[in-house]
Design a protein around this ligand. Structure first.
Ligand SMILES: CC(C)(COP(=O)(O)OP(=O)(O)OC[C@H]1O[C@@H](n2cnc3c(N)ncnc32)[C@H](O)[C@@H]1OP(=O)(O)O)[C@@H](O)C(=O)NCCC(=O)NCCS
Length: 167
């Protein structure tokens, strides 16, 4: 296991986070390579609810995860969306992504959030407890790629919308 320090982002991290997002998604065929702009828009709007950086002992940033509020049928139900999640290509496959997701979900739980959704690979996110929920819908992608993790009680039902920064 890689020696890793995970902490909330700091103002001085912004440029490194943008570069990391760009590098991590460069080879992703499902990406339109705007993830760094999404995070910048969320940050600028004060809507980056959780933003964690993963650093090596020498201070190099190797991973980042963001969470922002989602709405369900237009309502604020204290649910969040995970993403983007990114790990530098040379640091992938060593548990950095998993450590960031677990740390971010813990922060959300401590904040009293009621649940989290993610749009991504079921084979990756099921290990954290995310699962498809027929009552929580996200129009567009195949439904198996949209997953939910309730923290308290059953998930609300309805159509999920991400922050406008993702548009
Ligand atoms: C996806 C990503 C964040 C995973 O981070 P990571 O630090 O490499 O992941 P971990 O080391 O925690 O986990 C590695 C495991 O995830 C699996 N995995 C990684 N990417 C995967 C993917 N896209 N689909 C399915 N499984 C994946 C690996 O096969 C490995 O499986 P194993 O534990 O059974 O061996 C990283 O590969 C990345 O930044 N990719 C480019 C950006 C991206 O696609 N982000 C996610 C958007 S949904």
């Amino acid at each position: 296991m890689i020696d890793l320090h995970i902490r909330p982002e700091r103002p001085a991290d912004a440029a490194s986070i943008a570069a990391l997002l760009y590098a991590a998604f460069a080879g992703n065929q499902h990406s339109n390579h705007t993830e760094h702009q999404i995070v910048e828009r969320l940050r600028a709007g004060g809507r980056l609810a959780v933003s964690l950086a993963a650093l090596l002992p020498d201070g190099r940033l190797v991973g980042h995860v963001a969470f922002s509020k989602v709405t369900i049928d237009g309502r604020d139900e204290d649910w969040y969306g995970l993403g983007p999640l990114a790990v530098l290509p040379q640091a992938q496959g060593q548990g950095v992504g998993a450590a960031l997701v677990e740390a971010g979900l813990s922060v959300l739980r401590r904040k009293g959030a009621r649940g989290c959704v993610v749009l991504g690979e079921p084979a990756y996110y099921c290990r954290f407890g995310f699962a498809q929920d027929a009552g929580l819908r996200y129009p567009g992608p195949p439904p198996e790629y949209f997953m939910a993790l309730p923290f308290a009680g059953p998930a609300p039902q309805g159509v999920v919308a991400y922050d406008g920064a993702f548009a």
